[in-house]
Write a protein that binds this ligand. Structure first.
Ligand SMILES: [Cu+2]
Length: 530
């Protein structure tokens, strides 16, 4: 059955929902939205974010004799032309761009980043003071940056309560003791994370290593990041973030834009040579799941996921990416000289490739095997945690709160794995929506997904499976940090809690959910400490 919300998800017509709310309390002023169909597609060249440059060197916090590259990244309000025929759009970014500059780092070589809040003192998107952590006594503009996928100490992880106001900054240490992968940095402020990211506070962060170097994959001009975020605009070219019909409570359970920015442009094009390219794709949207394909039906090869390379390339026709997930893909344009190929999200245009008549010789490879990805044996797990995902709805069936393990943010910690131990987490999704679940600090593997009967589980905690276990998709069969917990399924992941002891968070990466209680603190406990 297609529910109203599922329909809206598919159609992206959230603004239209305002008109059909069963009980509007007062007329809601809806700013006229910009119809992306009225924009001419593929008139702007795809921007490539600049590479971040360090501002000198500073002593490492773990060994002051060692000097690490030090970067100062300023969060600022800026104006950007997101389309040729639109006026400049107010955004929040880093330095002079949104997405911010891309970090290029190497495994084992740490960096220091000072994240400086130089934003204005007033927010331009609708804060809901009923949301926990966003009460009216808090400053309107607050920020704290999390490097998604990083194995970093708690004090450098961007804990949601570690936010700070304009004029302040935080110095974080990223040791990069981890395999090559595409990480991404974004705001994580308690209660307004969805608004800060929607405003533009995100960017890419690459970790490189020798394994990746040895594979001779396409690189330099032939390796391109694609940071995709859906957005809505008003007719004044400004970001439009929809609000509920409830006076004084603007939070919306989900927000889906009707167009997508790729590296900060709407419907950009990229000229490519007839050869192999490597694309590093991020779904940086608040709530949209992408289902990407190429208009000429050609296949692509997925070579990596969130936490780096797969064991072998997976040939796919469609790429499904939940918010927070990344994919490392190879597209071979050889034999397509002169073609114009559109990247589609189902029927909608995302961007266009213009294949040139000729280019330089392609000496790069697409190896049949990429690296060893050793499976963590289930027998290594010392604990299995059943973790229900639930939604509390109001009288009209509108979700008002979503919870993980039936607990609110402020309740005592319930997940407390021992450092270096292995656990299986069973994400029991009792809701109608897929929730991308992200654990900070760690990488994990997906064991399987399995359909279960929701009613006996909700009423009697009786977990009855109604289907066989389904293995992860080929593109998910590597190291992950974010996993789709599909509706009506138990998604099992296996995690080794290595790195650091201390307090982290795990949460849904639909940012509207995360802001409204779908996030929990968890503790990695040093052995012998109780
Ligand atoms: Cu969610």
């Amino acid at each position: 059955m297609i529910t109203r919300r599922l329909f809206l998800l598919k159609s992206g017509l959230v603004a239209a929902a305002l008109a059909v709310d069963p009980k509007p309390q007062k007329p809601v002023v809806v700013r006229p939205a910009l119809d992306p169909e009225t924009l001419e597609p593929f008139v702007d060249r795809l921007p490539i974010p600049e590479i971040a440059k360090n501002d000198g060197y500073r002593p490492s916090p773990v060994n002051p004799a060692v000097k690490l590259p030090y970067y100062r990244m300023s969060m600022r309000q800026l104006e950007s032309k997101v389309h040729r025929d639109m006026k400049p759009t107010r955004l929040w970014g880093f330095g002079s761009s949104s997405p911010g500059p891309t970090f290029e780092t190497r495994s084992g070589e740490g960096v220091l980043v000072e994240w400086a809040n130089e934003l204005p003192k007033t927010h331009f998107l609708p804060i809901d003071h009923n949301i926990h952590g966003a009460e009216a006594d808090k400053p309107e503009v607050r920020a704290v940056i999390h490097l998604h996928g990083a194995k970093a100490e708690p004090k450098s992880d961007g804990y949601p309560e570690d936010w700070y106001e304009p004029g302040k900054s935080a110095l974080y240490h990223y040791p990069n003791q981890q395999d090559a992968a595409m990480l991404w940095y974004h705001d994580h402020t308690l209660g307004i994370n969805r608004l800060n990211v929607y405003a533009g506070l995100l960017g890419a962060f690459f970790v490189r290593d020798g394994t990746e170097d040895s594979l001779n994959l396409p690189k330099a001009n032939y390796e391109i990041p694609l940071l995709i975020c859906d957005r809505m605009f008003d007719q004044d070219s400004q970001l439009y973030y929809p609000v509920s019909t409830k006076p004084g409570a603007p939070w919306m359970p989900e927000v889906f834009g009707n167009s997508s920015l790729v590296n900060g442009k709407l419907f950009p094009y990229l000229e490519v040579e007839p050869r192999k390219y490597r694309f590093r794709v991020l779904n940086g949207s608040n709530g949209r799941f992408y289902h990407l394909s190429l208009s000429n039906s050609q296949s692509l090869h997925q070579i990596g996921c969130d936490q780096g390379l797969l064991s072998a390339p997976a040939e796919i026709k469609n790429l499904l990416l939940a918010p927070g997930e990344r994919a490392d893909i190879i597209i071979d344009f050889s034999g397509h000289s002169g073609e114009r190929i559109v990247v589609k999200n189902d029927a909608l245009n995302i961007m266009q490739f213009r294949v040139l008549a000729k280019g330089s010789a392609d000496t790069s490879s697409l190896p049949a095997s990429l690296r060893q990805v050793s499976k963590i044996a289930e027998s290594e797990a010392t604990k299995t945690r059943p973790l229900p995902i639930t939604e509390i709805e109001d009288f009209y069936g509108k979700p008002v709160t979503m919870l993980l393990n039936n607990a609110h943010w402020k309740m005592p910690v319930t997940e407390n794995p021992t450092l270096n131990s292995v656990e299986v987490w069973e994400l029991i999704n009792t809701t109608n929506d897929a929730h991308p679940i992200h654990l900070h600090l760690v990488r994990f593997q997906i064991l399987d997904r399995r359909r279960f009967s929701i009613f006996p589980y909700l009423t009697k905690s009786d977990l009855k499976y109604t289907g066989a276990p389904v293995p992860p998709d080929p593109g998910e069969a590597g190291w992950k940090d974010t996993v789709r917990a599909d509706p009506g399924m138990v998604t099992r992941i296996i995690v080794r809690f290595e790195g650091f002891a201390g307090r982290y968070v795990w949460h849904c990466h639909v940012l509207e959910h995360e802001d409204n209680e779908m996030m929990r603190p968890y503790d990695v406990v040093a052995p012998g400490v109780s």
